[in-house]
Design a protein around this ligand. Structure first.
Ligand code: BG6
Length: 464
């Protein structure tokens, strides 16, 4: 294959909590992201603090402005648009037996609008948006009860949207459970709690929930595809010290552990030693392992933003972009310190294809940068440059024989940053007039990159 296939799904990706706003409208309940998530520095701070400014609560008001925004995506020629369903619009506390009709109707309208514009929805079922009630009352995914809540939620949305949505993802960046369990799984650690125990117990429940979602999806929407979604920005050894090389394999494997389970269908043997050394005892019920084995996902979706390097003995650490190690002297760095590595993108696509042999879908890749409005225009050659280099790398991976379903650029319209809560960390091809303090008209303005990406899609990536 020398070119992108004809059915290649070009598009963009966002998450409900970062763009919708309308945080208490339409019967919506309180979600974890917009009530209490704090910066990565203090991941485990819990209670809602109403006096603080929470940018997600209004975000870019996609909840009301989606028709205008979708029109712009259609103008760029999007074939796919990834967003998430805000769980608390459907089940306000997560514990109800009956869904909230107003919330369901909102996504009906949104998906209809996408269809009208010829854009396929790709839907994340849980993107850091767990109902706060489930966190407070049950300790979130530590508790098996969450599996039932999630299953009910999945059944509801599969039944409702079975004719409208054919591409699904269960948990956004599930492998960030190892780094940021509070974001991904609403896990707020108790003082003195064994963190690894909490992470792996919660992850087991999420694996079972994922398998049940796959089963439901096959039953209710047999022609749909349901993927795993992981954060897979990469990490290299900083030098040829075998200790650095071995530890780099170890840190990478801690990420790959999640797709290992969900795509291969069993716990890999290396995890048992890790559990033993960390005094982890995962409680499982009869039938759990069979479910995980039988209901594996159809494809691997992932985010790739950058790479970093690992030195021997360096502690493992990460943020929303991936692992954080020692800077690489061969790479340029973004305004937010993320190192730009297009060849690493091709490397990662090959690595994942070699390991799993299932279709891959990069559903997050992009550049967060400061943009300046000059006479009503935004010139963003840095974003075009990032995109061009990554798309060339993507094309090379197609030529390498990697099976790639599509490409969804992260944040095609400016949204609230998940890691820093800023508006000024802008990824978009479309500028949104709003600053970090919440000031602005919310007007949308096309940046130079808008036309550039439009041309890429028009030529199906032939002209890059
Ligand atoms: C990913 C998340 O980790 O990175 C997104 O899935 C997030 O929700 C994206 O927005 C970029 O991170 P940030 O911190 O720049 O918003």
């Amino acid at each position: 294959m020398d070119q992108f296939p004809g059915h290649f799904l070009w598009g963009g990706a966002v998450a409900a909590n970062q763009c919708e706003g309308g945080w208490d409208e339409g019967g919506k309940g309180v979600d974890y992201a917009s009530c209490c998530r704090t910066g990565l520095a203090d991941l485990n701070v819990s209670p809602p603090r109403a006096e603080e400014y929470h940018p997600e609560r209004e975000a870019i008001d996609f909840y009301h402005r989606y028709p205008e925004d979708i029109k712009l995506f259609a103008e760029m020629g999007f074939k796919v648009f990834r967003t998430s369903i805000h769980w608390t619009r459907i089940f306000p506390t997560g514990d109800e037996l009956e869904p909230n009709e107003e919330g369901l109707a909102f996504y009906d309208r949104l998906f209809d609008e996408l269809k009208k514009c010829g854009i396929e929805p790709l839907i994340t079922i849980s993107h850091y948006e767990i109902p706060f009630h489930l966190v407070e009352k049950y300790g979130s995914w530590r508790n098996r009860h969450l599996i039932d809540c999630f299953e009910r939620y999945c059944k509801t949305i599969f039944m409702r949207y079975k004719d409208k949505v054919k591409y699904w993802l269960t948990f956004n960046e599930i492998n960030n459970m190892r780094r940021n369990p509070s974001y991904v799984g609403g896990i707020l650690l108790e003082p003195g709690e064994n963190k690894q125990q909490a992470i792996f117990q919660a992850s087991h429940h999420m694996f079972v929930a994922n398998a049940k979602a796959v089963r439901l999806c096959r039953e209710i929407i047999p022609d749909a595809k349901i993927g795993v979604m992981c954060s897979l920005s990469n990490i290299y050894p900083n030098n040829c010290d075998p200790v650095a090389v071995f530890e780099t394999q170890d840190v990478r494997r801690r990420s790959l552990f999640f797709p290992d389970v969900m795509l291969r269908g069993y716990y890999p043997t290396y995890i048992y030693r890790m559990w033993k050394e960390n005094d982890v005892h995962v409680k499982m019920e009869a039938g759990d392992l069979e479910l995980i084995r039988e209901y594996t996902n159809d494809f691997l979706a992932f985010s790739y933003y950058r790479t970093t390097t690992h030195e021997a003995g360096q502690p493992y650490f990460g943020d929303t972009g991936g692992d954080v190690g020692t800077p690489n002297p061969y790479l340029e760095t973004s305004d937010w310190g993320w190192q730009i590595d297009p060849l690493g993108f091709r490397y990662t696509l090959n690595e994942l294809w070699d390991r799993y042999q299932v279709p891959l879908f990069p559903v997050e890749n992009g550049l967060g940068a400061h943009d300046v409005v000059e006479n009503g225009k935004i010139h963003d050659p840095y974003r075009i440059d990032y995109l061009e280099k990554h798309l060339k790398a993507l094309k090379e991976a197609v030529r390498d024989g990697v099976d790639i379903m599509g490409y969804a650029y992260w944040g095609p319209i400016d949204i609230v940053s998940a890691g820093t809560f800023e508006m000024e960390k802008r990824y978009g091809f479309i500028y949104v007039d709003k600053d970090n303090q919440g000031n602005g008209t919310l007007e949308r303005i096309k940046k130079d990159s808008f036309e550039w990406y439009k041309h890429v899609i028009k030529t199906n990536g032939a002209e890059l």
